[in-house]
Write a protein of this length. Sequence first.
Length: 492
Amino acid sequence: MRHVLRGVVLFLLLVLTTPATAGPASAQDSGRPVVRVGTEGTYPPFSFHDPRTQRLTGYDIEVVEAIADKAGWRLEFVETQWDAVFPALDAGRVDLIANQVSVNDERQAKYGMSDTYTYSRGVVVRRTGDESIKSLADIRGRTTAQSSTSNWAGVARAAGARVEAVEGFAQAAALLAQGRVDAIVNDNIAVLDYLASTGLTAVEIAGDAGQETSEQALAFRAGDQALREQANRALGALKADGTLREISQRYFEADVSVPGGGDADLSQGRGQRGTWEVVGATAWPMFVGLVKVTIPLTALSFAIGLALALFVALARISHYRALSGLARAFISLIRGTPLLLQLFIVFYGLPQLGLTFSPFAAAVVAFSLNVAGYAAEVVRSAILSVPRGQFEAAATIGLDYPRTLRRIVLPQAARTAVPPLSNTLISLLKDTSLGSVVLLTELFRESQLAAAESNEFLALYSFAGLYYWIICVGLSAAQKRLETRLSRYVTP
């Protein structure tokens, strides 16, 4: 059993230390510091992917690129959901946020906010023809769909509305059109762009959300004063030489970089695209996400998790009470908490203890530990299904415990364990869709990016489901072949 204990310790050390990487971005490229920019990539016209080239673009993206040119930065864009972008900033995953961050007292107290580079106003969006909602006052007691941590969610709550949390504006508009919520409060420019690019007629702007102008700025960690000052100097230069006005005019036919710069006009924007055009343009990025992230993440996490599960299972059936107790506690902890929570703890929580993983490594650690927690019980039951007499017979011919396991017990247990472990593998493949919350652009994230820009939820999500289904069918066929191979020498 000492071999088992030593293996458990070594394997845990290997899993927890190998993927560790440095936290803050400090790499240099010809003397230019790397600055990581957190953004959604699903909030047109400020941050989105060009449907023709799949390149990240938008008003905020061009503004921060212009700032980088002036400040001498080399940018690295990190895309994530809005509700995860501030945790990413807090954990040192990004150095600034460029995503129409509204300036308010709470954010100014906690973060370093740059000078304002966008002025806009909020609007109330309703279902077309719903005359019961005409202004912000009319949403009291109603339900609105908002990103839960956005400034507009705070505006809706202050007006007395119940807020239904969503990932972004595209999902909010879909819920409103389907009658699942009563209204949306959001930026007028984002709403105008969405209506113009999707052709959605089921929702409309009811009126302004109050009379105040909303100001947007870049968000930095409070301690990054030098970086914020560089950005402010660059913004001042861009305002002075007319670059900000030029970028704004190109997107909005108005100058939103100053108060009263005119009403934004997005009627001549990106235009609408057909369903098959959208699916065709997204099929390749989804395939790339499948090959580059989804499949490697699944394979590596399952391999590590299965190896760890074997050690945990052996510890679980050990006669050493301390070892068995640790294994029980590990299994209980993994099975008693959500996988999403485990991902957040590994990716956002551990950096506060000085242990920082890259997005892919963090996902591997979380998924591997999750697989180990569930697969350990499968492996344990498979080992216990082997008759006790097999151990006794091995002992009579002089085999020690490790060789008995390797040559006698585990080959027989494998046949019993294959079906449930195959289910674990298939579940893991589908669970990798949670990778987007730790900044991974995998298969499902690619479909989300396209759906937010086009409003083609059914077609794109169905197409993503087709990819998952094809891989699962392949895994099921491999399972059947493996079962047949392991049963070749079994007496009926």
